[in-house]
Design a protein around this ligand. Structure first.
Ligand SMILES: [Zn+2]
Length: 143
């Protein structure tokens, strides 16, 4: 995942982007809790593969990226499974969906599952190395 300050793909070369405020805060909280955590699988802005598809890692119409990946590093204490479960139980309405280790939940009913309930994730990348967190792209939260 590209961590530079500019989106490089999808015709957005040179355009500025920023992370959703809620996700920047989540990163800050995780980094404060686990300062020595591995960040190898961290990410925010999408790479070329993401840009070619619909992904919250691509900047939205406001130039805001609405997804992050947080590396699973249980040795440092940063257990992505525990983090995902805490997010699920917290039911924060800013969350859109979360994926980790072959399963996901969303803040809305989807694919026969109620909101906030784990269901199998059928995508190609099973998300074993990081937890993916998507938030709603509602500008009202971007104060
Ligand atoms: Zn992701």
């Amino acid at each position: 995942m590209d961590k530079t300050a500019t989106a490089e793909a999808g015709g957005r070369v040179g355009k500025q982007w920023r992370l959703a405020a809620s996700l920047k805060k989540l990163f800050d909280q995780v980094n404060a809790l686990y300062p020595d955590r591995d960040r190898a699988s961290d990410g925010a802005i999408g790479d070329a593969a993401h840009a070619a598809s619909v992904s919250d890692h691509n900047p939205d119409k406001f130039g805001i990226v609405n997804a992050i990946d947080i590396t699973h590093d249980p040795k440092s204490g940063c257990d992505a499974g525990e983090l995902a479960e805490a997010l699920r139980k917290g039911m924060d309405s800013r969350i859109k969906y979360v994926i980790f280790a072959g399963r996901m939940f969303s803040s809305y009913p989807a694919h026969g599952s109620p909101a906030w309930v784990w269901r199998p994730y059928t995508g190609k990348n099973q998300h074993n190395k990081h937890v993916h967190v998507s938030v709603q792209d509602d500008a009202a939260w971007e104060i």
